[in-house]
Write a protein of this length. Structure first.
Length: 232
């Protein structure tokens, strides 16, 4: 997606603070149908609605008491993706926003964050606590190591996105800065900070990352993907 399209979408969206609340007390005297979604128990009512509506309802009905309140966002502009529409293995705690593309048989591990406009190619693993920034593009059959950051470029909108080509292996806690293109079959060592484009079939390491050698058979044996992890 173009950065300006995303900015327009976010700025023009209706900001939402969805919440869940439990009310107890003299529930028979209250008309809970004014709230978006309600479930009545023996001595309580569970409601789901926007925060402002729940707050105003509680203030207007002192005969009931809000005994529990839960919410996980505030003035959120973009919903989370519907995971049931993604043909991938997605583990608990991953955060994937709408308007991302996740290829078939990807693996998204615990704590990974994938922001709006990002594209993940089929068979790629996004490991634990990785951050795939807005508009970042990751190719097929890659491994993005735990804690890695692919810089997002929604802001500044003029910046080019990170592009990771097919079959790239990125070690844990690496950082790929905006506009960097990592060539196919390359390897980025753990902890590297990549500030410039990486040629295909190279190994880079360091801060800032530099080419230290070409990918050889030893490198391939140490960075081999395991297809069984991608079975659904």
């Amino acid at each position: 997606m173009d950065a300006y399209e995303i900015i327009k979408l976010i700025s023009g969206s209706k900001k939402k603070t969805p919440c869940r609340a439990l009310f107890k007390g003299d529930i028979g005297k209250c008309d809970f149908t004014t709230l978006a979604e309600t479930y009545k128990g023996v001595d309580f009512v569970e409601v789901y609605d926007e925060f402002d509506s729940v707050r105003d309802f509680a203030a207007a009905h002192p005969e009931v008491k809000m005994t529990r309140f839960e919410n996980d966002r505030r003035n959120s502009a973009i919903p989370l993706a519907d995971l049931t529409k993604i043909n991938a293995r997605i583990e608990p705690g991953a955060v994937i926003r709408e308007m991302t593309e996740i290829g078939d048989k990807c693996v998204i591990m615990m704590g990974a964050v994938i922001n709006i406009g990002a594209v993940i190619g089929e068979g790629t693993m996004i490991d634990m606590n990785s951050v795939i920034g807005g508009r970042a593009i990751v190719g097929k059959n890659c491994h993005i190591g735990a804690g890695t950051v692919l810089a997002g470029v929604i802001e500044p909108p003029s910046a080019n996105p990170v592009v990771i080509s097919d079959r790239v292996m990125i070690g844990a806690n690496a950082v790929i800065l905006e506009g960097v293109h990592v060539g196919e079959d390359s390897v980025v060592a753990a902890g590297s900070v990549v500030t410039k484009d990486v040629p295909p079939r190279c190994v880079v390491a360091g801060v800032p990352a530099k080419v230290i050698k070409q990918v050889d058979d030893v490198t391939k044996s140490k960075t081999e993907l395991v297809d069984a992890l991608r079975n659904l």
